[in-house]
Design a protein around this ligand. Sequence first.
Ligand code: NOJ
Length: 758
Amino acid sequence: MKKLMFFAVAFALLISCGQQEQKSEMDTFISDLMSQMTVQEKIGQLNLVTPGGGILTGSVVSTDVENKIKTGRVGGIFGIYGPENLRQAQQMAVEESRLGIPMIFGADVIHGYKTTFPIPLGISASWDMELIEKTARIAAQEATADGIFWNFSPMVDIARDPRWGRVAEGAGEDPFLGSRVSEAMVRGYQQDDLTRENTMMSTVKHMALYGASEAGRDYNTVDMSRNRMFNDYMPPYKAAVDAGVGCVMTSFNDVDGIPASGNRWLLTELLRDDWGFEGFVVSDYTSINEMIAHGMGDLQTVSALALKAGLDMDMVGEGFLTTLEKSLEEGKVTEAEIDLACRRVLEAKYKLGLFEDPYRYFDALRPEKKILTAENRQAAREVAARSFVLLKNDNKFLPLKKSGTVALIGPLADNKNNMLGTWAPTGDPQLSVPVLDGIKNVAGDAVSVLYAKGANISDDPVFAAKVNVFGTRIDIDERSPEVMLREAVNTARRADVVVAVVGEATEMSGESGNRTNLDVPESQKKLIRALAETGKPLVLVLMAGRPLTIEEEVELADAILLTWHPGVEAGNAIADVLFGNYNPSGKLTMTFPRNVGQIPIYYAHRNTGRPQAGDEFEKFKTNYLDSPNSPLFSFGYGLSYTTFEYSDVSLSKTTISANETLEAKVTVTNTGEYDGEEVVQLYIRDVVTSITRPVKELKGFQKISLKAGESKEVSFTLSEEDLKFYNYDLDFVAEPGEFVVFIGTSSDEVKEARFVLE
Ligand code: NOJ
């Protein structure tokens, strides 16, 4: 044993010596290179441009790019694709600039590259970390095949306000789940080896607190206590750093009164000094310049502020490029500060192997072999099916039988333009499978399918114009709403069952896709009401980029399958689930409110001094006169075609000391008729604490698969580490005392037991 230990230690030392050697080789190389660089060239490395031409991801584009590259004034480019284009651009830098420093090429590969997976909020609802990692791995394989090796993903902003359109891009409301997703994505993209041809450098974003923009309005101000920041909002960024993420992107909002892009406490003290981040920090799109509007000074001042704060690369705004030299001359920044930022950017290029071979990612033969392969599309189909959440299934109405007549109705039923979801700039909507095709593929000739559009996504042309910025998402039919509705009702009457595919167009969520009204648009509400009135069994397939307020629809429909925006294999995956080829297993990662007035609403809230036990109104308790407190669907909720029963929670000990662990166990039984998967969730509550703490916090989950009739024991190990939180002094501690452990099928359906930490 001792011998084994010796070898293990020796091996670890060897590895760390190896790493140190590599690091010192890198340091020497970069020092040598930097000694040949002029100040202008160093500043050039800090400049990230986008020449436009693809889908715009911000409101301005860079100009005069070619000339800037050749004169050493560009460190990286994003938003151009394909080995040939990128090779040409790289040649300009390598062959025509004075020092030939290669550029770094980035892109927003948010939920798949060309093989588009469901929106990230949907992917998170799978609660399947291996699967999530696989989506990132496939995205990296495809993106690198197309020449992109730096990704602006994952977006890990905790989001508790569904009015904010960008909730679609993250993993929802919970810091524990969000952290697991964050690590899985970074692992998937980077695979612990950035020099491989099929891995890409990942960027965690947006540091920090972007999801807490006031009133759910994008880019809005954020004001938050350090207690909430550290306990609820920071963990997923930190998880990415711990997983070795190469880059961090700043956010547009202010953090404690200072915009993130100029916040030294955030970007240096916390990120680097406390968390040990060693990569480089990139701004968001013109976020340095936007500090002018925040009231932080003119372009020169805010650019100096950003550099001094620890921001290394300026996305599009060119504040660094145009003002840093002047600031240096005037003593407002130091050359050491410019050097530090430049070194960090060069280090990233070194780690990516660009100095060995600047063209390593530009193999013209790879795209065809690696992109949108049958295997990748199959993965997209599987991921999509696993992201769906069955919200309602009265009388076990679903799965549908593969016989009879189905009326497939709704503006999203035979639609390619809205399947990919928001923020899929590299995907091609025309390659996606509409639901109508998917149903025909899966159900075959045994089912006769009737189709009617029934309604526009929205009848409002002004609203449609705002949503249609990246192409037609809402197409307003030439026929009148009344004519379409009549056709739909007649179609429904001729069928055994009605499947209505309704919800949001993709760009009704995403960046700058905020809403104050989270209802299904009125045109579709009318359709749903009319379909319900036919008396035919009604299944809603609900597409959305966020939680919607669907109380009325829950009343009217027999079954509701929430499919988010499912990606390129949308129709096939939806049909797989509707017809029972896959039994749905997704669980919500964001609470569904009953109405907008309840927002923000999330399960891990703290108690008030006047809690109200149920939904029954009590005077002088915390509540509303016109709405219950409870959400429509809580975090962790999601049905299956089968049913699961939970035993009581058993604990291996009722008291643990600081260095002990305890096992919390339940037996879960599949009591229904279908094989199925269940996400078993463990929450804790710290009963007495020095600062107010949530009534329940997720601390573990396991996705298990059970055959019909089968039982499994599920065991979680808890240690002091799981009980820690940031206290008033922001020390990460566990406080002795009583804890409740809850295990169950969702955050509001659990069984509990208690133990004491000594
Ligand atoms: C702005 C977005 O906030 C960010 O997420 C994205 O990576 C950049 N634009 C670049 O497209």
